[in-house]
Design a protein around this ligand. Structure first.
Ligand code: HEM
Length: 526
């Protein structure tokens, strides 16, 4: 074992050299603190051991966990902490190799990330692009149509059953919508637009919803550090369901099938090297340019398997995190109807009712933007982010950290740290508004997307391979703002007679912490 931890218990310091981390026992010890919500258990543990930085073994892996704002920020920005561990699950999902964007490191990661972001940008990912903005507006209008009239036009009549699972009540009656489910198709379709230049028509939205279901199943069977399956992969034979193996594989296979059938096969069967319709065409061209498929075997970095996994790493967050975040924003606004009304008034004053809010309106709608920021902070559903790995022996906060140590930033706790966010566990969008001018504050210290460049930045360029900042930050922020703005402009959401709001102890744990689906009553504004 590396000499990081002292043999017995916490707060043992070395007489010479940097002190070693307080050891708080192993992973099972953590589970005892809060078996269901480990991110909360870590906060309790941190108070018990009087240290915001904890050290423990997860299986045989030495692991460092940060639980307050300052140490989490430092962890996320430290150059030696930008690696990724070689987890059993990371290989299980990708042909027994380390591929994609999330679970790779070093020069392979830097090159793939730089290439992907540079070319996704050309299709509106992280910058303004008229075609994508038109697609967003179209998806929002479709969503509003579905809410207004679920049975709808002839075109969707064969899908009525599916729609009625999402929207209850027919024309003229009280209407209820199922969240976040009703939002899944619209958000996912926007990623398809950047990848292929096309979206699935409304009559095929059920395919996107099945995709989100598969993603959710996967997410709910994975833990950020790899969990028990990583420590003892053989558990999958003894207890395939309880160990999470079955759900993991079923969810992952569902997403891979979608990528194969709906993205790769379709796109590549009509591939034309003269016309680049979206990111997939560009990646495929690069593969061909590097000689993939040729007699020499081509490049071993730009391969079809790697493309498949890059797509999985883009589909996987898109199909759940932004729609879940908007759904949670609506849930908070039902608890605080005066804040929904304030946002509505702001939108009506700037945009009116004759058109939908656009990205040009965004600087003039600070309160709506503040709601998005606040829900990202308070409902950080990427609770423990994605585990990092230390790539060089180093010292962190005075502690010696050997190469290979796993690093878990508790961004859920950091985003609620009371020393930085007053009333950190309450929904207060006003914290992001400058009281004197009513404008949005420049600074947003919360870190729902990780760190790498100023987290509040809406700047167009996200190509910074040195840090692990989320690749979809700008794309997500823009689309969440537009969807939420349109919903607040046109509808009032409340509980109705039998509505239900997910409570904090009612979230489903996993690599993302997401709410159970919930119904809200929706009324059209006059
Ligand atoms: C509200 C929405 C989202 C949130 C809160 C979020 C959050 C995060 C977080 C916390 C990380 C880990 C950062 C780290 O390792 O330190 C991450 C990584 C990543 N996210 Fe997101 N994400 C969101 C949406 C998206 C979307 C829509 C996409 C793609 C279309 C995306 C693509 C990625 C990728 C590829 C990575 C891996 C980056 C790397 O390791 O280099 N994310 N995200």
């Amino acid at each position: 074992r590396p000499p990081m931890f002292p043999p017995v218990t916490s707060r043992t310091h070395h007489r010479s050299g940097p002190p070693r981390l307080p050891v708080v026992g192993g992973y099972l010890h953590l589970l005892a603190y809060n078996y269901r919500y480990t991110y909360k258990g870590l906060v309790t543990m941190s108070a018990r051991y009087k240290s915001p930085v904890l050290g423990m073994y997860v299986g045989s892996d030495p692991t460092v966990i940060t639980t307050d704002f300052a140490s989490t920020r430092e962890l996320l920005l430290k150059p030696e902490f930008q690696g990724r561990p070689d987890l059993y699950g990371a290989r299980l999902r990708s042909f027994n190799e380390l591929l994609g964007l999330f679970f790779v490191e070093g020069s392979f990661w830097a090159e793939q990330r730089r290439f992907s972001l540079r070319h996704l940008r050309d299709y509106g990912f992280g910058r303004r692009f008229a075609k994508l903005e038109a697609a967003v507006e179209d998806e929002i209008r479709t969503l509003m149509e579905v809410i207004r009239n679920p049975v709808g036009s002839e075109k969707v009549r064969n899908r009525v059953e599916w729609l009625l699972e999402l929207v209850r009540g027919t024309r003229g009656e009280v209407r209820q919508v199922l969240l976040p489910d009703v939002l899944y198709a619209g958000f996912t379709n926007l990623l398809l637009e950047t990848l292929t230049g096309e979206r699935l028509p409304r009559g095929r939205h059920h395919t996107l919803r099945s995709l989100s279901r598969a993603v959710r199943m996967f997410q709910r069977h994975v833990e950020p550090s790899g969990g028990l399956l990583n420590i003892a992969p053989w558990l999958r034979h003894l207890a395939p369901r309880a160990s999470g193996y079955r759900g993991f594989v079923a969810g992952n296979d569902g997403v891979l099938d979608f990528i194969q059938e709906e993205l790769l096969s379709r796109q590549l069967s009509s591939f034309d090297p003269e016309v680049m319709r979206g990111f997939i065409d560009v990646y495929w061209s690069e593969m061909l340019r590097r000689g993939a498929g040729g007699a020499g075997g081509g490049d071993d970095k730009f391969t079809e398997k790697q493309l498949t996994m890059v797509l999985l790493d883009l589909v996987f967050p898109s199909a759940t995190v932004p729609p879940v975040t908007v759904a949670m924003a609506l849930a908070y606004l039902v608890r605080h109807p005066e804040k929904a009304e304030r946002a509505h008034q702001e939108i009506v004053a700037v945009v009116g009712r004759g058109r939908l809010p656009t990205l040009d309106d965004r600087p003039c709608l600070p309160y709506t933007e503040a709601i998005v920021r606040e829900v990202l902070r308070l409902e950080t559903n990427t609770v423990l982010s994605v585990t990092h790995r230390c790539t060089e022996d180093t010292v962190f906060r005075g502690y010696f950290i050997p190469k290979g140590t796993l690093l878990i930033p508790n961004i859920w706790a950091a985003n609620r740290d009371p020393t930085v966010f007053e009333k950190g566990d309450q929904f207060v969008p006003e914290r992001f508004i400058e009281p004197r001018t009513g404008m949005l504050k420049k600074k947003d210290e919360s870190m729902a997307f990780g760190l790498g460049e100023p987290p509040h930045s809406t700047a167009s360029v996200q190509v910074q391979p040195g840090r692990r900042l989320c690749a979809g930050e700008t794309f997500s922020r823009q689309n969440m703002f537009l969807f939420l703005g349109a919903l607040l402009q046109n509808f009032v959401f409340d509980l109705g007679d039998d509505g239900y709001l997910p409570s904090e102890d009612d979230m489903v744990p996993g690599i993302l912490v997401t709410p159970k689906s919930f119904w809200l009553r929706v009324t059209e504004r006059p």
